[in-house]
Write a protein that binds this ligand. Structure first.
Ligand code: CAP
Ligand code: MG
Length: 431
């Protein structure tokens, strides 16, 4: 090493990743006056064993722990990280490395973590989902069609009793699940304990009247010990799902909850609120597919992944990439988007499509995802001219049409609730 810095020692275009290297794909832009190689060297260095200046008396081990930027193509760089850099089973430490200081370096104008490919001897330390998609379909006896749910809307403001009554109407309209919204936890006018108790009462009523199993994604988001208490109450009332705002509670808390809930046989519905704070900008931040990879490894059973046609950002390519990460045994490689990933024994997870949907958009969403998904239609049922139960019925009629290869117009001839929904929204794509 000579001179003031040694970043160039973290770049080797002839390097071939070892079998058990972790490989990360980044998008980056160099600042004025800096070459791609100089930026790439800084990314590899700062996320592994480097620092800003040359050092003296380093132990020989240091050389074997260095990351290597080995494939720089325009604004994309692949960096290989030796497996020994990473603590077994500690996803927090991984993010501190590959998603830590480097985002603030002056050596990049923009930086986006696109994807990370994990070797088998890294993923084997993670539990993954307690049940895969097949296991959940079996548990709920819903072999083929999308599983359905809705949030009482407006998202917050109802009392526990009012919330549960809307939930009952949702279940009676044929939906499988009633979901809390991301910012509904335990507030003065809707205490958690009361909501669980009353929802259980209406669930039992709906099950008795329909003969179908009915469930709920009740939001336990809070400090971790409190989440455990709320999960235990949910278990006590016979529910076998919880909802967690997974990005907000964070990696450490989610890992704790995966362990705790796994022992209770409870599945996790992961809401992704706050993801757009860092995955929306195409030039800087962290992609939703990387977040999805983390969530599947840790072990959520389903994760919001967008609609492409609804009210929130996320185009078709992003939505299908996230779905591939969650569902496939082998996630395919997509240049500059996804690194291939063999998931070994990690079970699959359902993508959740939600946000601005209504019966008229069901064909589009099923066309994008196929039927292996959780379909959440909330404003799109409560805004139905004949109310929640009719709105849920209209959505189920739209799903039936798609599963039977019928157009919505054909189906609407014998489905008055669908007809009313199409008369109000047609194929409207909300902004
Ligand atoms: C949808 C929703 C969901 C969003 C989250 C909302 O309600 O409940 O939180 O879908 O976005 O609060 O907007 P609507 P994403 O069906 O009434 O729009 O799924 O993209 O994470
Ligand atoms: Mg919501």
């Amino acid at each position: 090493m000579s001179g003031i810095d040694w970043y160039n020692e973290f770049v080797d275009m002839h390097y071939t990743p070892a079998q058990d290297d972790l490989v990360v794909l980044y998008y980056f832009e160099s600042p004025e006056g800096m070459t791609k190689e100089e930026s790439a060297g800084r990314i590899a260095s700062e996320s592994s064993t480097g620092t800003w200046t040359t050092l003296t008396n380093l132990p020989p081990r240091m050389e074997s722990l260095k990351a290597t930027a080995f494939d720089i193509e325009e604004r994309y760089v692949k960096v290989a990280y030796p497996r020994d850099l990473w603590e077994d089973g500690n996803f927090c430490q991984l993010k501190s490395g590959i998603a830590g200081n480097i985002f603030g370096m002056k050596g990049v104008k923009n930086l986006r973590l696109l994807d990370c490919r994990f070797p088998e001897n890294y993923i084997k330390y993670f539990k993954g989902p307690i049940l895969g998609m097949d296991g959940l379909r079996k548990r709920w006896n819903i072999p083929k069609r999308p599983l359905t749910g809705a949030v009482p809307k407006p998202k917050i403001g109802f009392s526990a009793q009012e919330h549960a009554e809307i939930g009952y109407e949702t279940w009676m309209g044929g939906f499988d699940f009633v979901k809390d919204d991301e910012n509904l936890t335990s507030v003065k006018f809707n205490r958690f304990e009361e909501r669980v108790r009353i929802l259980a009462k209406y669930r039992d009523k709906a099950e008795n009247e329909t003969g179908d199993r009915k469930g709920a994604f009740i939001n336990i988001t809070a400090e971790t010990e409190e989440m455990k208490r709320r999960a235990s109450l949910i278990h006590q009332y016979g529910f076998d799902y919880v909802m967690i705002d997974a990005v907000i509670v964070g990696t450490a808390s989610l890992m704790t909850m995966r362990d705790y809930l796994g022992d209770l046989g409870i599945a996790i519905h992961a809401h992704r609120a706050m993801h757009a704070a860092f995955d929306r900008n195409p030039k800087h931040g962290i992609t939703m597919q990387f977040i999805a990879k983390e969530m599947r490894l840790i072990g959520v059973n389903q994760l919001h992944s967008g609609t492409a046609v609804g009210k929130l950002v996320g185009n078709r390519e992003e939505v299908t990439s996230v779905a591939d990460v969650l569902r496939e045994k082998q996630t395919p490689e997509k240049e500059h988007v996804l690194l291939g990933q063999d998931w070994g024994s990690i079970k699959s997870a359902f993508p959740v499509s939600s946000g601005g949907l209504h019966p008229g958009l069901v064909p589009d969403v099923v066309d994008i995802y196929g039927p292996d998904m959780i379909l959440l239609i909330s404003g799109g049922i409560h805004g139905h001219p004949k109310g929640t139960r009719a709105g849920a019925r209209a959505s189920m009629q739209a799903i039936e049409a798609v599963m039977d290869g019928e157009t919505l117009e054909e189906k609407a001839r014998t489905s008055p609730e669908l007809r009313s929904a199409l008369d109000k929204w047609d194929r409207h794509t909300p902004k």
